[in-house]
Structures are given as structure tokens and as C-alpha cells.
Design a protein around this ligand. Structure first.
Ligand code: BGC
Length: 755
């Protein structure tokens, strides 16, 4: 027998999150003060109040092409002349969501030649998962469980963005999202804190590269601080009514991970936490963020977030809102113009100390300096790079697409399909659709060059492919079902491309029902009635509640929104040139009404563990289990896990425990496995989740080969936030699994002593 031993060291593959950081605690630390910088202090000393607030104000980039035109406001519609006058007056710190080097140079020239203090502009944009070349949505990419892939795609996005006249991205989005009704699940890494923290660090490193001063380094902004993913009922912008313990244990660690990886900006979230809007929450933005998390950069509001304090009923008018936001620690105002309008008067009236304003300006200037902008204001504004670096990353987009796809089902080994000899009907609203390859956040994506599924399949099948739409995304098409049924009958295999459109997830796109629209369900039923073997290719920005023919289909591939190379990436998997290897970063519920649903919930006193369902924690119409659990995903190989074992039954608090499992490839094709380490407290002073992810390893296993996978566990991995917000491990008994998902595997047990 061929046995290989692999350790966590070898296979964490760039994972930089350590569980030691996975709880935000340590109250009472002082803010990390940086040494005074004479250059910056002199600059601040010379600025008027108006020039200072100029450094704290950023606006939609109306002067450059490629700008998104969501909700144009009067400020957005300012003329180019006005923009230049503002820059010359030192009344603006930067612009966001525009592209183009020539115009950016023109504006920067005004800043450094005509404004009194020559402070360079910052050009920002929402570069969330690629610029022109679009990579899988972040949720999809999280399904790769591959932080190194996330680093590489973020790096590629940064190279492209910095060559198109950008310095700063409003990414990564690191909100932990446990309610699939929330539309913005698609922008982050899903429901798990450990996976989220791991991906957060990788993306920051990718965006920022080796040094922030480099021409191709894109300043990262971890957003949205904080607990935006915990909005009640999954409705966007709603309140987050969560305990501070949950805030620290679940929602803050990915931010800490992003800051530790070097992110120098963060964005205040729209929501309230326990009644206080983040933008005006001094405890959150100063006590926790700066004093306890040691954040060294600056905070930007979300779009009009400071002005919204009025609508929240937290500030009586705009001036009060500006006062509350800046006093709380929100350094820069995004789009509202409120700071510009009110802060000088607030200082003059003695309502705001000039020291508070100066500190915010200092933070912004430090970041501009860290980017090297004072030495080279034209960094990342190079017309040669602009021409050379556009869309260089198509191969990476295809690789990322493949690795992000999750195979949920493959009955009778329907997949992979043969490349020849079969007639295939591609049915559904997304088959030939380029526009919905990208997902919600790809405002700059080059839609024309996107490869839809039909093109990817046709490249292999040629004439053996028939493409029929069948229905529109949310409504029937006249004669659509008849055409689809006829095509299915004439084919050997059906590929059903159904799901959500770009617009059905993302900001302000929460849904009460996370099933597919009725028109698509009807199409699926009609096609299923033909009895033809069917592969469902699902497009989605969240977990979907599958039912009927979709659930019963022979094979199901979760394709999220895979980006520019979607069709080619899927064809690579469908025809077996590569095998699926993605794992669910969000649990798929049985029914929409199970939301919020996440795997790492605490146990009730009446869990339904066996068949007996009476008086158990479950629904009348659904058990507590997921339809497909977190971490789940099939591949083409047959892999068998042995029992989890531990190196010893007892450890002291300072000892390390070795946990191992053997995985055997019992089939005939090579396999790629994502082995996952989970733990559970048998008893803890605060009830802990039934399982928690603590690590994962990627392992390649050849046919017939058995591989031993090992993880090391120490007290730091077992720590959780206690009532006093200290993060420590309780002594006691534990269960531990190395498993292919959050709902599989055999547990081993161990005990940790108090010292
Ligand atoms: C979103 C942010 C985004 C900002 C700027 C807001 O509506 O919540 O995520 O970065 O707009 O485009």
C-alpha cells in the first residue's frame, strides 16, 4: 500500500489565518500611536479648516469614463471644470469608480501643481473580483477553499486596476453572512469565520502585493465594519441586533485578519449594532477598532453613510450627523459631502475639537504617504501600463472558475460527459447569456468577451449542441417550454442552465424566498418529464433552496457567477479535462424558511440526532439538517476516509495534539480532496457550536493511494470569547473530526487540562 504522510504545514497553501487571531478580545489596550511624521505635521499645520476637510471627502468620479451611474446625485453630476476647481482649492481627497489614465493624470496635475499644499488625489473603485477580466464572485472563489488562488486573482485584479488609473479598491468584503436571504452574501466568503478570515488575509495580500509603494499595489479596504452580514431577516441595510460576544467571536475576526495582513482602510457599515449605526459608533470605530484591534489606517463611511445617521434617527440634522460620524472615528466621508459642508463650522462653533479633525487628516495623509503618492503622484497613472496590462489574466480566470465550482450530485457517474457521440441540449435562460456571467459587482467587467456556457460547450461539441432558452429568468417565454421539451427529447443528455441573474443578488437584492423563480421551476419540471439524464448548472449569488426536478436531477454543479471564462471553466469540468474540487462555503438548506441557516450553530437541549422527531429542535416540514452542508463537494474520484485519531487522549494547555486521518482513493481516477478539521466542546462555560472549522488541507491522491493527513491543535485553536471578552480556551473534553464536510466523518475525543 502506498501511504504518504502530509502535514498541515505543507498543505495550508498560503493560508495565513491562524486560529489564535480568530477572536477579537483584549479590551483595554491603548491605540497604537505612530511616531509623528514631520512632513505630515507641517502640512497639517499649514492647512485651513476647509483644506483639512477636503482631505476627508471623496466623491463619485464623474470626470472619467467608465464610471458607474448608480443613483446619480447632484455632486456626481458636477462638471469637469467644477471638479478641477475643487481639486485646485484642495476641497477633495479623491474620486471613486472612474477609470482612465489620461484624465486621471490631468486631474492629478491640478492637485500637485495648482492646489496650495500639492496633496495628491487618491483614485478608488469597487474592484471586487476583477476589473475588465472578471474572476468568480468572492463567494464562489471561497468555494475553492484556496487562499492562494484568492491571493493570485486579487493580485491580477490589482495589476489590471493600477494600470487603469486606480490606487485603492473598496475590497475585500469580509462580512460573515449566515442568512442566505441577504443579497450581499455573494460579495464575501460565506458563513464561516475561519474560512472568511483566511480568504480576507489572502485577498489583502493579493491586492496590496509586496509593498504598498509599488506601482501595481492596490490599497485594500476591508468592509463593511461591522456585522453587516448579520442584518436582521437578511434584509439589506437592516439592523444587526447581535450580542457583543457574537460580534467579537463571529464578525470581527476576518477584519482582524485583513488588518494583520496590512489593510490600511476599512469602511463603516450601513447597519446599526444594538441600536447604534456603525458610522456614528465611537465604541466600534475607536474603542474596538483602534484600541483593541490596533487598526492603523483610516475609516471611510459607506456611500452617504454619514448622512444616513439622520434617517436612522441617530442625528437630528446633517451637521449633527457629520459631528457624530467624525467624532466616532469615521475619518473620510464617501459621497455625501457632509464633512465639507459642516465640519469647518462645527470646529469654529467649538462643537468639534480641531484635534479630532487633525487626527482624521493625519490618518488619511499617512496612507497617501504609505502609497508613495507624495514622492510620485503619478504612480499607477502610466499610459504604457494602461495599454499593456489590460486583460492579461484570462487563463487565471478559467482556472479560478474551475476551482470555484462545486459538484453537489453526480448520480450514476453521469459526469464527466463524453466529448463525442452524444447529442446535448443546453436548456435554460443562462445557456447563451454573456451578461450574467459576472455577478452583481462587476461594473467595469468586459461583458463582450465573457464566454457563456454555450460557447464553452460548443468549442468541444461543435454541431452536437442545441441551445434553447426555454424561459426568461423570472417569466415564461411564449412557446419556450415546448421548444425546450422538443430539444430535450431529441438529445441524449440535457444541461439545464438555471438560477439567479446578476441582479438577484448583491446590494439591495435580498430575497425572502431563495428558491428559483417559478418560470424556471416549470421549465425544469417539463424537461425532467422527458426522462432524459440531466445536469443542472446552477447560477447563484447565495445558497439556493433546491426543490422538485432541480433537486432530483442526476447531476448538479454550483457555478455561482464564474466570471469572464465561465463557459470554458464549466466545459473543463463537464467533459472531465479537470475534476470539480470546490466545497460549499454556505450551507444549502432544505427549504428557504430554514434561514438563517449555518453549520456552526450551538446545540439546543433537544437536538434531533436520530429518527425520533417528536419534541425535537426541527421544523414540522424540515429536519434541522442542511440539504447540502457547509464544506460539501464531490469530485470524480472515489475517496474513503478512515476514522479520525488523536496522538494522545489528554493534553495540557501548553501541549499540541496531533490529529490524523487516512484517506484512500478507492477509484480509478486521481482525486483532489479538501480535508477539513472541525472541533466541538463537550462542555464549555458558554455553549459552543456543534462543529467549528479550524483548518483545511488540499491533498492530491492517486488511484489506490492512501494518504495520511495530519493537523496540529493547540489551546489557541480552542479559544473562544468569554463574557469578559477575553479569548481563552476552557479545559475539558472535545470531539475532533477530519472530514470531507461539516456533516461527515467520525469523531475522536481528547481532553485538555486547565494548565
Ligand atoms: C456599497 C459599498 C461600496 C460603495 C461605493 C455602497 O453602496 O455598500 O460596498 O463600496 O457603495 O461604491
Amino acid at each position: 500500500m502506498n501511504v504518504t504522510t502530509l502535514s498541515r504545514r505543507h498543505f495550508l497553501r498560503g493560508s495565513t489565518a491562524t486560529t489564535a487571531m480568530l477572536a477579537v478580545a483584549n479590551p483595554g489596550l491603548a491605540e497604537v500611536k505612530r511616531p509623528a511624521d514631520p512632513f505630515i505635521e507641517t502640512l497639517i499645520g499649514r492647512m485651513t479648516l476647509e483644506e483639512k476637510v477636503g482631505q476627508l471627502s471623496i466623491f463619485q468620479d464623474t470626470a472619467r469614463t467608465g464610471n458607474l451611474t448608480l443613483n446619480p446625485t447632484p455632486a456626481m453630476l458636477a462638471s469637469l471644470d467644477q471638479v478641477k476647481r475643487d481639486i485646485a482649492a484642495g476641497a477633495v481627497s479623491g474620486y471613486f469608480n472612474g477609470l482612465g489614465v489620461a484624465r486621471a493624470r490631468e486631474l492629478q496635475k491640478v492637485a500637485v501643481e495648482q492646489s496650495k499644499h500639492k496633496v495628491p488625489l487618491l483614485f478608488a473603485a469597487d474592484v471586487i473580483h476583477g476589473l475588465r477580466t472578471v474572476f468568480p464572485i468572492p463567494l464562489g472563489e471561497a468555494a475553492s477553499f484556496d487562499p492562494e488562488l484568492a491571493r493570485r486573482t486579487a493580485r491580477a485584479a490589482a495589476v489590471e486596476a493600477t494600470s487603469q488609473g486606480l490606487h485603492w479598491t473598496f475590497a475585500p468584503m469580509v462580512d460573515v453572512a449566515r442568512d442566505q436571504r441577504w443579497g450581499r452574501v455573494c460579495e464575501g466568503s460565506g458563513e464561516d469565520t475561519f474560512l472568511g478570515a483566511t480568504m480576507a488575509a489572502a485577498r489583502v495580500k493579493g491586492f496590496q502585493g509586496e509593498s504598498l509603494r509599488n506601482e501595481d499595489s492596490l490599497l485594500a479596504c476591508a468592509k463593511h465594519f461591522a456585522a453587516y452580514g448579520a442584518v436582521e431577516g437578511g434584509m439589506d441595510y437592516n439592523q444587526a441586533d447581535i450580542s457583543e460576544l457574537a460580534l467579537r467571536q463571529i464578525h470581527l475576526p476576518p477584519f482582524q485578519s485583513a488588518f494583520d495582513a496590512g489593510a490600511l482602510t476599512t469602511m463603516a457599515s450601513f447597519n446599526t449594532i444594538l441600536g447604534v449605526p456603525s458610522t456614528g459608533n465611537r465604541y466600534l470605530l475607536t474603542e474596538i477598532l483602534r484600541h483593541q484591534m490596533a487598526f492603523k489606517g483610516f475609516v471611510i463611511s459607506d456611500y452617504n453613510g454619514d448622512a444616513e445617521l439622520v434617517e436612522h434617527g441617530y442625528a437630528e440634522d446633517e451637521a449633527d450627523a457629520a459631528l457624530k460620524a467624525i467624532s466616532a472615528g469615521c475619518d473620510m466621508s464617501l459621497q455625501s459631502g457632509l464633512y465639507r459642508k459642516h465640519v469647518p463650522a462645527l470646529v469654529r462653533a467649538g462643537k468639534l475639537k480641531v484635534a479630532v479633525l487633525d487626527e482624521a487628516v493625519r490618518r488619511v495623509l499617512h496612507v497617501k504617504k504609505a502609497l508613495g503618492l507624495f514622492e510620485n503622484p503619478y504612480r499607477s497613472l502610466d499610459e504604457r501600463r494602461e495599454k499593456a496590462n489590460i486583460r492579461q489574466t484570462v487563463t487565471l480566470a478559467r482556472e479560478a472558475g474551475r476551482k470555484s465550482c462545486v459538484m453537489l450530485k453526480n448520480d450514476s457517474a453521469l459526469l464527466p460527459l463524453p466529448k463525442t457521440g452524444k447529442k446535448i441540449a443546453l436548456i435554460g435562460p443562462f445557456g447563451a447569456d454573456k451578461a450574467n456571467c459576472t455577478g452583481a459587482w462587476a461594473g467595469f467587467g468586459d461583458i463582450q468577451t465573457c464566454v457563456p456556457l454555450a460557447d464553452g460547450l460548443r468549442a468541444v461539441l461543435g454541431d452536437n449542441l442545441v441551445v434553447v432558452k426555454g424561459c426568461a429568468v423570472e417569466k415564461p417565454l411564449e412557446g419556450g417550454i415546448d421548444a425546450a421539451v422538443a430539444a430535450a427529447k431529441a438529445a441524449d443528455v440535457v444541461i439545464l442552465a438555471v438560477g439567479e441573474s446578476n441582479a438577484m443578488s448583491g446590494e439591495a437584492a435580498s430575497r425572502t424566498d431563495i428558491s428559483l423563480p417559478a418560470s424556471q421551476l416549470q421549465l425544469a419540471e417539463a424537461v425532467a418529464a422527458t426522462g432524459k439524464p440531466t445536469v443542472v448548472v446552477l447560477k447563484h449569488g447565495r445558497a439556493i433552496a433546491l426543490s422538485g426536478a432541480l433537486k432530483k436531477a442526476d447531476a448538479i454543479l454550483c457555478a455561482w457567477f464564474l466570471g469572464s471564462e465561465e463557459g470554458n471553466a464549466l466545459a473543463d469540468l463537464i467533459f472531465g479535462d479537470h475534476a470539480p474540487q470546490g466545497r460549499l462555503p454556505v450551507s444549502f438548506p432544505q427549504l428557504p424558511g430554514q434561514e438563517p441557516y449555518y453549520y456552526d450553530h450551538p446545540s439546543s437541549g433537544r437536538p434531533q440526532t436520530g429518527k425520533d422527531a417528536s419534541f425535537k429542535a426541527r421544523y414540522r416540514d424540515a429536519s434541522f439538517e442542511a440539504l447540502y452542508p457547509f464544506g460539501f463537494g464531490l469530485t470524480y474520484a472515489q475517496l474513503a476516509y478512515g476514522d479520525t485519531s488523536v496522538s494522545k487522549p489528554f493534553i495540557s494547555k501548553s501541549e499540541k495534539l496531533l490529529v490524523s486521518v487516512s484517506i484512500k482513493n478507492t477509484g480509478t481516477v486521481a482525486g483532489h480532496e479538501v480535508a477539513q478539521l472541525y472541533i466541538r466542546y463537550k462542555s464549555a462555560s458558554i455553549v459552543q457550536p456543534i462543529r467549528q472549522l479550524k483548518g483545511f488541507q488540499h491533498v492530491d491522491i492517486n488511484p489506490g493511494q492512501t494518504v495520511n493527513v495530519r493537523f496540529e491543535i493547540s489551546a489557541a485553536d480552542l479559544a473562544f470569547v468569554h463574557a469578559d471578552f477575553e479569548s481563552v480556551a476552557d479545559p475539558g473534553k472535545f470531539e475532533v473530526w477530519i472530514a470531507p464536510s461539516a456533516a461527515a466523518g467520525s469523531a475522536a475525543t481528547f481532553e485538555m487540562s486547565a494548565r
